[in-house]
Ligand binder design. Structure first.
Ligand SMILES: Nc1nc2c(ncn2[C@@H]2O[C@H](COP(=O)(O)OP(=O)(O)OP(=O)(O)O)[C@@H](O)[C@H]2O)c(=O)[nH]1
Ligand SMILES: [Mg+2]
Length: 263
């Protein structure tokens, strides 16, 4: 069974659609699943919306954390309560699709321990980017992002930062901050999700490679969030703090692994 972990903070208008899509994809592919929503006491009715879904679909569970709001700790909490052999976590803001789950599961069944969705593989897409639309894709992207609730600056930083990390830090990975992971739960006997926010993702993917786990990436099409506001880049202060955390984590990992994994 696969446990889908969905961390939420004020996602009332997104969470229902995310749950429904996971259920449709799993049912269509006849894959056993459960959905564990880990909510940090959202004030917008996210929990009530999840309860409405769990009353209809008993594979949906809600955990409400009482501790201080924290993304990585919420994911860890969800994983610790997961009943599946495999765990998948993703954003619950409709920017990521469950449609790529069967392809990721196939990789796990082929023997990979960890599979990441990557926006930076040739068929992946970053927020706002759609080369199928008429016009110049980069200009369209800027327009789409400016019209959305997502930060253009955060997207640019992510693209440049991930390119640097790929070339100078670890060549096996193209998207260190993807936020879309599927892994065999046994990986947690060796690895931990250390960190508070996005930097957990850099450490986790890097350590999986450096400790010899088989890691694969599949292309991920990332859209702009449908409703609500970004939490990671909610303000310049939050975005700067998250960039600082990532840089500090990379510096620490470099010191712990002086040769890096650039090759
Ligand atoms: N439980 C919990 N969930 C969170 C927290 N912060 C963010 N989330 C959820 O984690 C997911 C990712 O958050 P986003 O705000 O979309 O962050 P992001 O996708 O990294 O950044 P953007 O690109 O700006 O959207 C969403 O489902 C959020 O609701 C938190 O502190 N606690
Ligand atoms: Mg998001």
């Amino acid at each position: 069974m696969t446990s889908f972990i969905l961390p939420t903070f004020n996602e009332v208008r997104n969470i229902g659609a995310v749950i429904d899509e996971i259920a449709v994809v799993c049912d269509r592919n006849k894959v056993p699943y459960e959905i564990v929503v880990v909510d940090d006491q959202s004030s917008d009715g996210t929990a009530e919306e999840v309860l409405r879904h769990s009353a209809i679909n008993h594979k949906v569970r809600l955990i409400i954390r009482s501790e201080e709001k924290n993304l990585a700790r919420s994911i860890r909490h969800g994983i610790s309560e997961a009943k599946g052999d495999y765990v998948l976590w993703m954003d619950a803001d409709q920017s990521m699709s469950a449609q790529m789950f069967p392809c990721m599961l196939k990789k796990i069944q082929e023997g990979y321990d960890l599979v990441l969705g990557s926006r930076y593989l040739p068929q992946g897409r970053i927020k706002g980017y759609n080369p199928d639309l008429p016009g110049i894709p980069s200009i369209n992207m800027i327009r789409n992002l400016l019209q959305s609730k997502d930060s253009l600056f955060a997207v640019v930083i992510s693209k440049v930062g991930n390119k640097i990390l790929h070339h100078f830090f670890c060549k096996q990975i193209t998207d260190f901050t993807s936020g879309y992971f599927l892994c065999d739960k046994k990986i947690f006997e060796t690895l931990n999700l250390a960190g508070d926010s996005l930097e957990y993702s850099v450490r986790f993917s890097f350590e999986a490679c450096s400790k010899g786990f088989k890691v694969a990436e599949v292309p991920m099409i990332c859209g702009t969030r449908k409703f609500g506001k970004s939490k990671i880049a909610a303000s310049w202060r939050d975005l700067s703090l998250n960039i600082f955390r990532v840089v500090k984590t990379v510096y620490r990992l470099r010191t712990e692994t002086p040769d890096g994994l650039a090759n």
